[in-house]
Each structure stands twice: as structure tokens, then as C-alpha cells.
Design a protein around this ligand. Structure first.
Ligand code: FRU
Length: 535
């Protein structure tokens, strides 16, 4: 179907056709990265959920494989829903997933690869004793899903956690197991936050406090903090918080109760959901996948024949400079796609102006941009515009300023990615990082909003960002990845050779000087694995 074909991405993972949602069971095995994903093989809208499967040696060039699991048992007849992989020390691979039973009860099921000597892990076997867990008493049968990767405790036994809710309190249960077949529920819950609703796709993992490497999921000692992430079903937002995991009573406590799970930080302030990390033992890093859902209508998705994209996998680290947040960064392998680059230094963008950056076509880009701010001597009163809320057209004394991506020559379509500075009454400056989708598309029935949040800017730092542009996806990372925003946009004019890149400065009280490094990115040419090459 050629309709909207220009919205297909060139280096983000998406199936050839039809519907995709959550990333599932990511792992590295015998030289291959494996990505499984919630997939409807029959339609571009959600339903008949199976596990799609793809492999890559570099997290960028993916090869589609046959479906790993389909709904073929009573305990998953309504769908093979989300789950996670655990690599056991003896080399086995355990996959725990959510089965939605023939009676629409959510249960945990066990599967393993049919043949561990196959690096592609093509065939999967469901355990004959499934399901291995059913909703505990007092929990609705529709509120028990998405088992995590398992970790070991001091007694050497495995633990997993599973999201749920009690009334409107989001919670996460802990279970102990030795064989992944029988389980004991831990007394109490790992954590609970009133008012946050159902917790989907829990993720729970350690991050090193001082260091640049990831650690295996079972690590717990004074050198780490633990991240607890929940995907909030009510708002479709992925919230995380940093805290401490107490093994003795199987609880997790946030560093800052004001930034607890579901009421504080988001992984991504844009269009992003149902994410999951895994520890990559190949490169000693923790990698985060997330699902970019659509913001058009179901009928548009049916017409174009596909829906959803996965983000570029990102490394996650604790930010030991701020001590309050994670840092996310596109995996280094994306840099293999860099083609020719164009550099600009100290481009002056005066208050109230737009400057075009002559780089030719601008649909597949990796942009590093840094702004130096030069306040004007003006007698005007200081007008702090309101964070991100007012969008890129809301002129304040100190912003917004940034770049316009997926824009056409006459600026009838554009997506501003920008900073906005606000002076507080105490005299310190709060910086916001935002993406304004309101003018991103002339297509009707597209949901367009302004996204963004505060971003910590430390003393002596400039304002800097990295932006990945891929036809209809913009992933933006401010201040090295402290605040991240993903946009799904639907250009109708700013497509192929008509897409352009600009700098803009809508501040009234400052000029900016922009320094940029911009690469055209090659396509990843994601395609089916040549199955005749499989012995
Ligand atoms: C999150 C989710 C999961 C569930 C899956 C079903 O998007 O609702 O909770 O397992 O998708 O496709």
C-alpha cells in the first residue's frame, strides 16, 4: 500500500506490515540480538496478538524471522501478551509471558527455545504445565500481566515482579521460584503508589552510581541504585523512579517520595510506551527499548497498512552529575549509519528570526546542536513564557529557541525541537526542553500536542541536544540524554526531497549562536532473514 509510504522509517525497527506494540523479551545470544514484539499478523490495528521476532548483530540492521509464538493454547487463546527473557547461568533461556486465556484471564506462562544450538532461536516450546501463575485472590483477572526478567536474591532463588492494581493504587507483586514452574508470592508488594492505576510492563533493574557500564539484573550492593518503571495504563506514560531495593523484605523505596513512580519522572516526554530494558552482556551495557505508538486514526492505520515503530535502542545510565535522573543515549551502533556530515559553527540566530541550514534533503539525520545564549540589552520587562505549554510560537524574553525539523521550504509544516528558559523569582533559571507538534502535519484527524519537561542544566553547561530524524519519527535528547522526547509526526509536504532543516529563535530578549554537526544517515534496509540460509 503506497498510501503515506513516506512515513515509513528508514532506520527504526518496524514490521513490514500490520500492527506492533510492546517490545518483548530482548536478549543477546550467540552473536545475535533478539527482539520480540507484540504483533498482529492480520491487521494494522491491535488484536490476535502473537510474538513477532527479529534478529540483528548490531541493534540497527534487523532481519525479520517467523513468528516466535502464536495464540494456540487455551491459556493464551486471546493473545500471547508481553513478557521478558532471563538468561540462566547454565546457558538456558527462560521466557515468561502473559497469556490471555480463552476466558480472558491474565496468566503467566513459561516458554523456552526448542534448540539452544540455534543462534536464531527460531522455534519456541510452551511448557506443558502452563499457566505457571494465575491472579492472586482479591486481584481482578484482567489486572495481572507482564512478568519481568528474573533476578536472584541472597538465597540464590529467582524473583520476578508483576504489575497490578488494587482499586486505583498501582502495585507490583514479587514471586520467588527455583525452577520457573512453581512460585511463592512474597508477603507485601515491591512497591505501591496510590492513584496511579494499573501498572503494566514493570521493569526493575540496577544502575551503577559511579560508572559508565551497565550491570546484570541480579546485582545489588552499595554501588548501585534500583530503577522501578511502570507503564501507566490510565495515561499511557512510562514513569520511572530511582531508589533502593531492600532484599530482606522485598521492597523498593524511592530516593525522593515527591518523584515516586507515576508521579515524577518519565523516560520520554513524547509518544512512548511499554518500554523494557535488558542487560547486554556482549557490550556490558543496559539497553532500553520503547514502543512509539501512532497518533492518527485507526482508519488511517488500516489505509496505510501498518502501525507503530520501536525507538532506536538506548543505553541507560544513572546521571551521577545531577544524582536525580537517568541518562538515555542512542546505542553507539547507530553511528555506523552516518554518511557525509556538514558542520556549522557560531551561526547567529537573532531574536525573532529563522535561519535555514543548507544540508540538502533532511529526512534521515543525526543532529548535534549546541546553543550559546547572548542576552540583549533591552529595557523590556522580563516575560518568562510558560515552560513548554505555549509551544514554539509563545515568545518570552529567553526563549523558545531551537531547530525546526521535518519542515518544508515555506514552513507550512514543521516540528520545532527547542529550549525555553524561565527566570524564577529567586533569580535562578529553569530550562525546559520541548517538542511542538502542532504544525507538524496538514493531515486531518492527527492528534498534535506540545510535549516537554524541565531539563537540568548544570553550571557552565551550554544548552545542547541530539536529534535523530527519520521521516516521521523525531527522537530528541537534551543535555546528553537527561530529558528525552519522541515525536511521531505525519508530514504531507515536508517529505523526501522537500524536507528541510532550520534554526529558529523566538526569544525577544536574546540572540543565540548555534554550533552543529549534522550527518545524513543511511537506511538500515531492514528485511526478512533469508530463510534458505538457515540450516
Ligand atoms: C501494554 C500491554 C501489556 C499487554 C500487551 C498486550 O501495551 O497492554 O500490558 O501485555 O500490551 O498487547
Amino acid at each position: 500500500n503506497a498510501m503515506f509510504s513516506w512515513q515509513r522509517t528508514a532506520f527504526h525497527f518496524q514490521p513490514e506490515r500490520n500492527w506492533m506494540n510492546d517490545p518483548n523479551g530482548p536478549l543477546f545470544y550467540k552473536g545475535w540480538y533478539h527482539l520480540f514484539y507484540q504483533y498482529n499478523p492480520d491487521s494494522a490495528i491491535w488484536g490476535n496478538i502473537t510474538w513477532g521476532h527479529a534478529v540483528s548483530t548490531d541493534l540497527i540492521h534487523w532481519l525479520y524471522l517467523p513468528l516466535a509464538m502464536v495464540a494456540d493454547q487455551w491459556y493464551d487463546a486471546n493473545g500471547v501478551w508481553s513478557g521478558s527473557a532471563t538468561l540462566l547461568p547454565d546457558g538456558q533461556i527462560v521466557m515468561l509471558y502473559t497469556g490471555d486465556t480463552v476466558d480472558a484471564v491474565q496468566v503467566v506462562c513459561l516458554a523456552h527455545p526448542a534448540n539452544l544450538s540455534d543462534p536464531l532461536l527460531i522455534d519456541w516450546v510452551k511448557y506443558s504445565g502452563n499457566p505457571v501463575l494465575t491472579p492472586p485472590p482479591g486481584i481482578l483477572t484482567t489486572d495481572f500481566r507482564d512478568p519481568t526478567t528474573a533476578w536472584t536474591g541472597p538465597d540464590g532463588k529467582w524473583r520476578i515482579t508483576i504489575g497490578s492494581k488494587v482499586n486505583t493504587t498501582g502495585i507490583s507483586f514479587v514471586y520467588h521460584t527455583e525452577d520457573f514452574k512453581t512460585y511463592n508470592m512474597s508477603k507485601g508488594v515491591l512497591h505501591a503508589v496510590p492513584g496511579t492505576g494499573m501498572w503494566e510492563c514493570i521493569d526493575f533493574y540496577p544502575v551503577v552510581i559511579n560508572g559508565s557500564k551497565g550491570v546484570e539484573t541480579s546485582v545489588n550492593n552499595p554501588s548501585v541504585k534500583h530503577v522501578l518503571k511502570a507503564s501507566l495504563d490510565d495515561t499511557k506514560v512510562d514513569h520511572y523512579a530511582l531508589g533502593t531495593y531492600f532484599e530482606e523484605n522485598e521492597t523498593w523505596v524511592p530516593d525522593n517520595p515527591a518523584l515516586d513512580v507515576g508521579i515524577g519522572l518519565k523516560y520520554d516526554y513524547g509518544r512512548y510506551y511499554a518500554s523494557k530494558t535488558f542487560y547486554d552482556q556482549n557490550k556490558e551495557r543496559r539497553i532500553l527499548w520503547g514502543w512509539i505508538n501512532e497518533t492518527d486514526t485507526e482508519s488511517d492505520d488500516l489505509a496505510k497498512g501498518w502501525a507503530s515503530v520501536q525507538t532506536i535502542p538506548r543505553t541507560v545510565l544513572f546521571d551521577n552529575k545531577t544524582g536525580t535522573n537517568l541518562i538515555q543515549w542512542p546505542v553507539e551502533e547507530i553511528e555506523e549509519l552516518r554518511l557525509n556530515n556538514t558542520d556549522f559553527s557560531d551561526v547567529l540566530v537573532e531574536a525573532g528570526t529563522v535561519v535555514e541550514l543548507d544540508i540538502g534533503t533532511a529526512t534521515q539525520l543525526d543532529i548535534l546542536v549546541e546553543f550559546e545564549v547572548e542576552p540583549l540589552e533591552s529595557s523590556e520587562t522580563v516575560n518568562s513564557s510558560v515552560g513548554c505549554g505555549g509551544g514554539a510560537v509563545d515568545r518570552g524574553t529567553f526563549g523558545p529557541f531551537g531547530i525546526l525539523v521535518i519542515a518544508d521550504e515555506t514552513l507550512t509544516e514543521l516540528t520545532p525541537i527547542y529550549f525555553n528558559l524561565a527566570n524564577s523569582t529567586e533569580g535562578d533559571v529553569t530550562t525546559y526542553f520541548c517538542a511542538d507538534e502542532r504544525r507538524s502535519s496538514k493531515a486531518p484527524d492527527v492528534f498534535k500536542q506540545v510535549y516537554g519537561s524541565e531539563v537540568p542544566v548544570l553550571d557552565g553547561e551550554k544548552h545542547f541536544a541530539r536529534v535523530l530524524v527519520d521521516h516521521s519519527i523525531v527522537e530528541s535528547f537534551a543535555q546528553g540524554g537527561r530529558t528525552v522526547i519522541t515525536s511521531r509526526v505525519y508530514p504531507t509536504e515536508a517529505i523526501y526531497g522537500a524536507a528541510r532543516l532550520f534554526l529558529f529563535n523566538n526569544a525577544t530578549g536574546l540572540n543565540v549562536k548555534a554550533t552543529l554537526k549534522i550527518w545524513q544517515l543511511n537506511s538500515a534496509f531492514i528485511h526478512p532473514f533469508p530463510l534458505d540460509q538457515i540450516q
